[in-house]
Design a protein around this ligand. Structure first.
Ligand code: SAM
Ligand code: SF4
Length: 445
């Protein structure tokens, strides 16, 4: 595809939307562009290249991409008056690549989540006048082609697994991210060591189905995510390990046991259930029931009684009745989530649910979401209030708004602010003294 010549970009900005895996991918894209000699544009400065690292999970996320493309075309001007080069990456690129190219002439590069190692070459082609689209799915090739990790903040993401074979009937992920693959054990241990050497004290292992990860350890034994966590826990300077997002059916005995045995594995588990009614779960193709989910939580709480639970919920799945929705409210009350994400069902083209009968009207979904979120907020606040009086470690992540104030996370992933003389990346011990719905205040012990 031909385009006009543009000066080769010298500065870039990567804007990531959606899940933590996109945040990880955005960091890796920045490292790739940096390795080619480009620099990240300073805050408030127009970049020569803007990478929109997009999310396709819900309709509004997709619409946002098109409005961003239009706005960048109109507003952003570089010193010489030219508009920046736009690259669209992520899951919208994967799902709607050709359409974006046809609809938005200002977009010069379209690159899917498994091909972004090709981004620098595609940007160079675009500067030479060639628009291009790359949406192949060889995830392994991508990781091998990325530069080595160097610097890291105190809390780092590490993608260990990509793709999904579960095919929940509402979800685009199996189509945009492809089949499940696990990155090799040795590569992950190496990347984790580099992150720790670069400053990371906490690593969150990421995957669409992170607990489906498996690999061969250094002795050639097949291990699951618990085996990887045990290997990483041996790194002395790595203080905390987390993982997200897990599927209830991939919660193995070994991983449950690890929560009782590994101090560095934090007492927090994001385990989406989506709905609290078995007919709805079946129509969603979730392959667990409310009962099997609750029994699983009991087993996890038996080994780690203080575990903080988190989940994802969808309201208004096609055919969901008021009484089925109330089952979800009942499940929320039974579990007592420490935090959760909740969404209105969004029909995604190409997924089975999009053409199911009895789509729920928007006004009903709005009302259900409000009731669900009120319940979830109540439980989150209750969980935070129940933490008051506890003494715990907090990993210091950044300065707070007030002079002398710092912010970090408790083991249960709560935001904690406290006054102290601290350093980013240090671990401090605080007593939790007050709790709001979204954060707690602590006093240095
Ligand atoms: N693999 C994870 C799981 O199964 O729990 C979640 C991955 S998905 C990126 C994150 C969340 O988005 C899902 O748990 C679900 O609640 C929500 N989601 C996915 N498709 C959706 C849709 N079509 N409409 C509304 N929410 C959706
Ligand atoms: Fe989507 Fe279901 Fe796979 Fe999660 S498990 S990514 S919701 S298909």
């Amino acid at each position: 595809m031909a385009t006009s010549l543009t000066p080769a970009p010298k500065t870039f900005r990567v804007k990531s939307f959606g899940c933590q895996m996109n945040v990880y991918d955005g960091e890796r894209m920045a490292e790739l562009l940096g390795a080619e000699g480009m620099t990240a544009a300073a805050d408030g400065e127009d970049a020569d290249l803007i990478v929109l690292n997009t999310c396709h999970i819900r309709e509004r996320a997709t619409e946002k991409v098109y409005s961003d493309i239009g706005r960048i075309g109109k507003d952003s001007r570089r010193a010489d008056g030219s508009a920046p080069m736009i690259a669209v990456a992520g899951c919208v690129a994967q799902a709607e690549g050709e359409e974006i190219m046809a609809r938005a002439p200002s977009v010069k590069v379209v690159v899917g989540p498994q091909s972004y190692h090709r981004l620098p070459a595609m940007v160079a082609d675009a500067a030479a006048g060639k628009r291009s689209t790359e949406t192949d799915m060889p995830a392994e090739a991508k990781f091998a082609a990325l530069p080595k990790r160097r610097k890291s903040g105190p809390s780092a993401f590490l993608t260990v697994q990509e793709g999904c074979d579960k095919f929940c009937t509402y979800c685009v992920v199996p189509y945009t991210r492809g089949a499940e693959i696990s990155r090799p054990f040795a590569d992950l241990v190496e990347e984790a060591k580099l992150l720790v050497a670069g400053g990371a004290r906490e690593i969150t292992l990421l995957g669409q189905n992170v607990n489906a990860w498996s690999g061969e350890d250094e002795k050639g034994r097949v291990v699951g995510l618990d085996g990887l966590a045990r290997a990483l826990a041996a790194e002395p300077d790595l203080k905390r390990i987390r993982y997200t997002t897990s599927h209830p059916n991939d919660m193995t005995d070994g991983l449950i046991a690890a929560h009782g045995e590994l101090d560095k594995l934090m007492p927090f588990l994001h385990l989406p259930v989506q709905a609290g009614n078995d007919r709805v779960l079946k129509a969603m193709n979730r392959s667990h029931t409310t009962d099997s989910y609750l029994r699983l939580l009991e087993r996890i709480r038996a080994v780690r009684p203080d575990i903080a639970l988190s989940g994802d919920f969808i309201v208004g799945f096609p055919g969901e009745t008021e009484s089925e929705f109330q089952d979800t409210l009942r499940l929320v009350d039974a579990v007592g989530y420490a935090q959760a994400f909740s969404f209105k069902y969004s029909p995604r083209p190409g997924t089975p649910a999009a053409t199911m009968a009895d789509q729920v009207p928007a006004s009903v979904m709005d009302e259900r979401l409000q009731r669900l979120q009120a319940a979830l907020n109540r439980h989150q606040h209750a969980f935070n209030k129940a933490s008051v009086g506890k003494t715990c470690d907090v990993l210091v992540e950044r300065k707070g708004k007030l002079p002398g104030q710092w912010l970090g996370k408790s083991p249960w992933l709560q935001s904690v602010h406290f006054m102290a003389d601290a350093d980013i990346g240090s671990m401090v011990t605080v007593e939790l003294v007050d709790a709001g719905p979204n954060s707690l205040s602590g006093r240095l012990v």
